[in-house]
Design a protein around this ligand. Structure first.
Ligand code: ISE
Length: 332
């Protein structure tokens, strides 16, 4: 019996989830597709064989023919829809960020604790990326010694058209906030956010440079540049007392011509993290079948949102902002 999935959001990310779920994950069937733009929902449903297309996300969650839900709608809808999935008793893969408000995350966590089981997986797919997994495993084996720092670059060609305000911090950077916690097995005590001074400094997606300190005193720096222009480029290096682990991006070929060697950057995150998304979505489907949750939890979503909230405050104040998680429920 296939797991019948309802997809909420048929934009860039939703369409990619639809492709993955309908073509690459055995034992999963896309049951319905929902988007505010009904034509977009219908197009994805037609392309993937989903039985229904609609514009009401609450109806998807309530639909008795839907066993599990993927949320890939706009950021501010994630937490309310995920909470409705909890209340309906349905497993949900919720795209990051869980929310732009830490308190909204805590409200959802309370609902999941009350339900008594983990139903929410957050779409921090880098936890499944083979390069980051190797980085974490190498560090955990002690190969490079105790961690001192982790450097992170996260560059998009250009900011998505829906980018406003501080989404470099609240939408893009949560990937680094989460993956550094995951790789280092650490939590943060503070964040300081800087912005280079240039003519477009106030433009949505303008670069930000962040320095986080972990509870153990390690430093994590994160550069987010959503208007890097040259290509989609995510880099990372974990620096230990005895060495470092540098993230290699998958390059499948290089061109040798005209006295040059040419490799190509992807245009956006989908090619760079294609394997990570496939592994994440496959692990999510397997977790539903086995009842053993995997990946980032709602707690991890809260930790990333709290960090982003502190980052926005630091950028506004020009000083370091403290990060203090509440006590973690036993469920996590
Ligand atoms: C987007 O939402 C993603 O999740 C991508 O992985 C990230 O690179 C991009 O900056 C985000 O806007």
């Amino acid at each position: 019996m296939s797991i019948r999935v309802g997809l909420i959001g048929a934009g860039v990310m939703g369409a990619d989830h639809a492709r993955i779920l309908s073509r690459e994950i055995p034992g999963v069937a896309l049951q319905s597709v929902c988007d505010a733009d009904i034509a977009r929902a219908r197009a994805i449903a037609e392309a993937t064989g989903a039985l229904h297309a609609g514009a009401d996300p609450w109806a998807v969650i309530a639909d008795k023919s839907v066993d599990a839900v993927v949320i890939a709608s706009p950021d501010d809808t994630h937490a309310p829809l995920a909470k409705a999935c909890i209340e309906a008793g349905k497993p949900v893969l919720c795209e990051k960020p869980l929310s732009q408000s830490a308190s909204e995350c805590l409200d959802l966590i309370a609902a999941e604790v009350k339900a008594g089981r983990r139903l929410v997986q957050i779409g921090f797919m880098r936890r499944f990326d083979p390069a980051y997994v190797e980085m974490k495993q190498t560090f955990a084996r002690g190969v490079v010694g105790p961690a001192l720092m982790m450097h992170n670059f996260h560059r998009n060609v250009c900011a998505p058209s829906n980018f406003t305000g501080q989404m470099a911090i609240t939408n893009s950077a949560p990937h680094e906030f989460d993956i550094a916690r995951f790789v280092l097995d650490a939590d943060y005590q503070s964040i300081t956010v800087f912005r280079p001074e240039f003519r477009d400094a106030g433009k949505a997606g303008a670069p930000v440079f962040m320095v986080l300190k972990t509870l153990g005193g390690q430093l994590v720096n994160v550069e987010i540049n959503n208007n890097a222009a040259y290509g989609y480029d995510v880099r990372g290096e974990l620096v230990g007392e005895k060495g470092s682990v540098f993230l290699r991006s998958p390059v499948h070929s290089e061109i040798h011509v005209n006295l040059q060697t040419i490799t190509t950057y992807p245009a956006d995150w989908r090619p760079r993290f294609a394997e990570a998304y496939r592994l994440q979505n496959s692990a999510w489907a397997n977790a539903i079948a086995t009842g053993k949750p995997v990946g980032a939890s709602a707690w991890d979503g809260y930790a990333a949102s709290l960090t982003a909230e502190a980052g926005v405050a630091s950028l506004a104040s020009g000083t370091a902002a403290k990060i203090a998680l509440v006590a973690k429920p036993a469920l996590y």
